[in-house]
Ligand binder design. Structure first.
Ligand code: 4SX
Ligand code: FE2
Length: 334
């Protein structure tokens, strides 16, 4: 078996949106993302701490969907390794020259075994450093992309596949017979990718890091003042898993993002896994607040390498949302 590429971190995602104008109003004007570059067909956005070209590409398309999830790899050699690794798994791969994705070096793009379109890159251009431009910060004051959360019909299969890619496991939700959800990392944080059991492949959300709980509360207040409260889906609250302080928002196409702060370091080689019982009402909200049904059920379609919508497979294990008892409607009281 070919060695997997050395993945550094989750770096950016490309989403197809049906109105670039509406998307710009939401992501730039409201949330305060920084525009690295824009033209008629796409927006390249980053957080205030990001030192590469972008964390998010919004591309105008006929239907909303997730075009790609991108991981940075350590060297150009890892691109060759990625190509060999995914070919050996029987996956469709393609190599694109530098600039095919604006601001990014050569890429290897694959349709991964879970059905997601994944882009690997080893180099990117560096825009102006805005970390200490406090005068520019607006909206949610997002610092950088932190993670992808994906819907998969079979969580153990996703866990096995990402273990093979060298990801570590930080936390789970489980019981004696079922792995309902798992959080996995390459960088030294709780996750770069997490799995939500459900029809898939679909993108559940993009997680963006902010420095302060205040940023999470502030964006909620701004949204309330503008009477845009429909775009707040869940929270704000404190997660059990990851300990993050969070809120979930939906963009005009229904793409979900999370703005969150305060997870923790996982870089020690013997980092212990935290396993939450599916019956613990604090696992998804540490204060026991309900998780809305839409959060479990709705997600973005995934596009293949040709830009066509991928068919989804129904969940093939017990759904976490069917474990139905207790304070949040989904969990058992102790
Ligand atoms: O809902 S959970 O508390 O399990 C959770 C969801 C924890 C961390 C995350 O980033 C997330 O999206
Ligand atoms: Fe998340």
């Amino acid at each position: 078996m070919t060695a997997p590429p050395d993945i550094v971190r989750s770096a950016y995602a490309t989403l197809a949106v049906t109105s670039l104008e509406d998307a710009r109003r939401f992501w730039v004007d409201l949330l305060g993302f920084v525009v690295t570059y824009e033209d008629k067909s796409a927006l390249y956005l980053r957080g205030y701490d990001e030192l590469t070209h972008h964390n998010l590409v919004l591309r105008s398309g006929p239907a909303a969907g997730c075009e790609a999830l991108a991981y940075r790899v350590r060297t150009e050699n890892d691109l060759t390794r990625a190509e060999a690794y995914f070919r050996e798994l029987g996956c469709r791969t393609e190599r694109c020259p530098a600039g095919h994705t604006r601001g990014i070096g050569p890429t290897v793009r694959v349709e991964d075994p879970l059905g997601f379109t994944v882009e690997f890159f080893a180099s990117a251009s560096h825009p102006e450093r805005l970390q200490q431009r406090y005068d520019l910060r607006r909206g949610a004051e997002v610092a950088r992309l932190d993670h992808f959360n994906i819907c998969v019909p079979d969580v153990p299969q996703a866990y096995e596949y990402y273990s093979g890619l060298g990801f570590g496991l930080s936390e789970t939700i489980e019981d004696s017979s079922t792995l309902y959800a798992a959080w996995m990392y390459r960088k030294q944080s709780v996750h770069d990718v997490a799995f939500t059991g459900g029809a898939g492949p679909r993108l559940h959300h993009l997680g963006f890091f902010a420095h302060e709980p205040h940023s999470v509360l502030r964006i909620c207040d701004i949204i309330g003042s503008l009477q845009l409260e429909d775009c707040i889906e869940r929270g704000p609250g404190r997660h059990g898993v990851s300990n993050a302080f969070y809120v979930y928002l939906r963009d005009p196409d229904g793409h979900r993002l999370e703005v969150y702060t305060s997870d923790y370091y996982t870089g020690d080689p013997d980092h212990p896994v935290l396993r939450w019982s599916v019956k613990d009402p604090r696992r998804r909200d540490f204060w026991g607040h309900p998780v809305v049904e839409s959060w479990y059920n709705e997600a973005s379609p995934v596009l293949d390498l040709n830009g066509a919508v991928r068919p989804v497979s129904e969940i093939s294990q017990t759904a976490e949302s069917s474990v139905r008892v207790g304070a949040d409607g989904y969990t058992a009281p102790r």
